[in-house]
Design a protein around this ligand. Sequence first.
Ligand SMILES: Cc1cc2nc3c(=O)[nH]c(=O)nc-3n(C[C@H](O)[C@H](O)[C@H](O)COP(=O)(O)O)c2cc1C
Length: 303
Amino acid sequence: MVNLSVKIGKIKMQNPITTGSGCHSLDYESLYSPDILGAFVPKTVRAYSWPGNPPPRITETPSGVLSAVGIPSKGWEMFVSEDVPKLKALKTPVILSVVGRTEEEYAEIVELSDGLGFLAGIELNLSCPNVKAGGLQFGANKDMAYKVVALSRKKTGLTLIPKLPPDQSNIIEVAKAVEAAGADAISMINSPRAMMIDIETRKPFLGNVMGALSGPAIRPIAVALVYQVYQNVKIPIIGMGGIANVRDVIEFLLAGSQAVALGVVNFFDPMAAPKILAGLEQYLEEKGIEDVNSLVGAAHTRN
Ligand SMILES: Cc1cc2nc3c(=O)[nH]c(=O)nc-3n(C[C@H](O)[C@H](O)[C@H](O)COP(=O)(O)O)c2cc1C
């Protein structure tokens, strides 16, 4: 018997596998129960209704998914009446991903989320543009990221997990800032900015012009960033970006992730989560490793 359980802040996860926000839904219940996961992270929610980006919103590239969905929202009341009962019924911990356009909006939705009474944690999606700062992503600047986390921290005792975007050279500074502001863990990475141009129309393909790239193409970028952030913070990291199979999961653990999230792999391999869980257990048994935690950051040990 091997130990697969890990801890992220106060959250005890039965295994290190979670879902990437926006890339999984409770519709997968027809395939397998989401309760097999270590935690479930639903699509990011806003406190207000929001149309999202104009179409087209998503397309394929040779090794990933290009998207600009824009986090459409039906508003908090609809979320509470339609989605919360289903999320509440899960046995696995639920980490709610939230977003705002200002620091105050983040604090407001964190307070609302805390008030739901059943969540295990709150993920702060810091890839959203700050409307007061000319559209710069909250997570692209250490002072802005610090402020969002510090304000949110005042509103909840739940495990608080800022999710960092990779579109900056200072992700280490941002990671240190959110740790100093009271974050319990860090999720990383959100998808890097990307675009595609239609050569027939000679126009950007996505309705939003700019999108973001997910999938296997970004995995080495994500692994490098996790590796660097692990060396600079003490709080646990939930690593993601291009994970497609159990090998990739192990790579993220070795780089320093305490847990990992499965993103667009759920689109092209809907049974990825149960397959990866079985594969992880098998890997540990074959290698004679008793505890999955002993893999975390092991690539940093130099003898
Ligand atoms: C269609 C789509 C929707 C997404 N929606 C969200 C979202 O609502 N909130 C969020 O934090 N990340 C969102 N993401 C980013 C993923 O959670 C993940 O961070 C990213 O795709 C990298 O992981 P992957 O390569 O394994 O997919 C979305 C990604 C895709 C492709």
